[in-house]
Write a protein that binds this ligand. Sequence first.
Ligand SMILES: Nc1ncnc2c1ncn2[C@@H]1O[C@H](COP(=O)(O)OP(=O)(O)OP(=O)(O)O)[C@@H](O)[C@H]1O
Ligand SMILES: Nc1nc2c(c(=O)[nH]1)N=C(CO)CN2
Length: 181
Amino acid sequence: MNAQSTSDTSEAYIALGANLGDREQTLMSAIMMLDKQEDIKVTACSDLYETDPVGYTDQPAFINMAISVNTTLSPQELLDRMLEIENQLGRVRHIRWGPRTVDLDLLWYEGVEMNTETLILPHPRMQERAFVLVPLSDVVREKSDNISYFVQTAIESLDERDGIRRWKTCNWPDESALSGN
Ligand SMILES: Nc1ncnc2c1ncn2[C@@H]1O[C@H](COP(=O)(O)OP(=O)(O)OP(=O)(O)O)[C@@H](O)[C@H]1O
Ligand SMILES: Nc1nc2c(c(=O)[nH]1)N=C(CO)CN2
């Protein structure tokens, strides 16, 4: 059974990005692969945004999204599943901040702050990235917890919000809502 919202489940937020191959198809595959796991349920999905590359700029535009999940996994277990999915979808690491088939970042995990060699929470660079915060604001809008306040405050503090274009809507779990927008 998929992870439902009970006392042993936690809410987490994941950012997705892609700028190689069929970006939209790859991102939807990643979301479906997460949701198919017994201990992860995807609960909401942002719109899809086309975004100009940040950091290393000589690369194609990205599609960026964010999702919320309920999970019974620990933060590290959840990250490990995300990295497995990146590998299954053919991600190869070349240049830091360079082109990628798919990138999954764990942004925030309910009630957890941590800093290990393999996982930092909340994600250390999320506050400065419009390509993360704008999609994330779609999925935190209805939330009553402090993530919503955190995201809103961070968006207001951004120096730069250009280069982010709404591309398509995503009415998860109705995949057909993606086509023909
Ligand atoms: N919150 C986090 N989410 C995802 N990866 C993290 C996180 N904290 C630490 N990491 C570590 O970062 C490593 C490298 O991640 P990745 O290759 O996706 O970086 P990047 O996308 O190039 O850059 P950035 O981290 O700035 O987005 C991962 O293998 C993981 O162990
Ligand atoms: N627009 C955009 N730029 C980026 C992105 C991304 O997802 N979107 N990811 C990066 C590495 O994490 C570096 N630069």
